[in-house]
Design a protein around this ligand. Structure first.
Ligand code: BTN
Length: 268
């Protein structure tokens, strides 16, 4: 399909990932030792007609990217992947996919690492209030690419001080065995299976079932928050996620406001 990409693929990694995914999915896996960004390759493949569910995965990225033009540090030890999707839902529902992915991430982490993270609406996963995973949803030429980055055994010295890794979090919970890099494939497999289950639910029934399932994972409800939404800075108390996936915040005046997107910080 795209020879330049084929030439860089790693068949050993692909085979291991395929076995880890074992959910009967026929969708292609493209695994790399090193790429610029799995997002870029996913978009190229999507334009070339790649099927829904195609997975791009890399050991490391040289130009990993985050939201709002930020860099996503991607040394070896992290889980970096992008999924190509062709959703049947209206365009306005697409941002909900970051919460669908967030739900899959927290369930995958709990299953594999016996640790309960929280979702910081709309697209971060935290452990002990530090970021362990970021999610990026991009739409180009009608295809949607969902990118997920999880710090697994990543060295803390390679990460910003606001971030942590699964390894560090488990090491600080003395009853847990810290994960090794062996966790990368099983975690990718669990993540893909949980994502597929919730994506099917979302495709068939919309955001309702996702909303119910993710409420217990959202650590913000009842807490004072600061939100930056575009040029607006707002403070209030986070109260819920509504039927469209928007964060509902009660302002000091008592008025309820919904946010479609934003950067949320917990206020103490
Ligand atoms: C964020 O928190 O800002 C989102 C980070 C998303 C990072 C992932 S890692 C895999 C995929 N490839 C990228 O370049 N970015 C996403």
């Amino acid at each position: 399909m795209i020879p330049r990409i084929d030439a860089l693929r790693d068949p050993v990694l692909e085979k291991a990932l395929h076995e880890a995914r074992h959910n009967g999915s026929q969708a292609q896996i493209y695994a790399f030792q090193r790429v610029s960004s799995t997002m870029e390759i996913a978009h190229e493949l999507a334009v070339a007609g790649a099927a829904e569910g195609t997975l791009l995965w890399a050991v490391r990225q040289d130009q990993g990217r985050g939201r709002l033009g930020r860099t996503w540090e991607s040394p070896e030890g992290g889980l970096y992947c992008s999924l190509i999707l062709r959703p049947n839902r209206p365009q306005t529902d697409i941002p909900q996919l970051s919460l669908v992915a967030g739900l899959a991430v927290v369930e995958g982490i709990r299953q594999l690492a016996q640790i309960s993270p929280s979702i910081r609406w709309p697209n971060d996963v935290l452990i002990d209030e530090k970021k362990v995973c970021g999610i990026l949803v991009e739409v180009r030429d009608g295809a949607v690419v969902v990118g997920i980055g999880i710090n697994v055994t990543t060295k803390l010295s390679d990460l910003p001080s606001s971030a942590t890794s699964l390894h560090a979090a488990m090491a600080s919970h003395s009853n847990l065995r810290p994960p090794t890099s062996d966790l990368l494939f099983p975690l990718t497999g669990a993540l893909c299976r949980r994502f597929q289950a919730w994506y099917d639910e979302w495709s068939a029934h919309g955001f309702g079932p996702i909303r119910e399932a993710l409420r217990p994972w959202i650590g913000l409800f009842g807490h004072p928050v600061h939100i930056i939404a575009g040029s607006r800075h707002v403070e209030g108390t986070a109260t819920d996620v509504d039927e469209a996936g928007r964060l509902v915040v009660r302002l000091d005046s008592g008025i309820l406001r919904q946010f479609e997107m934003g950067e949320v910080t917990l206020l103490r």
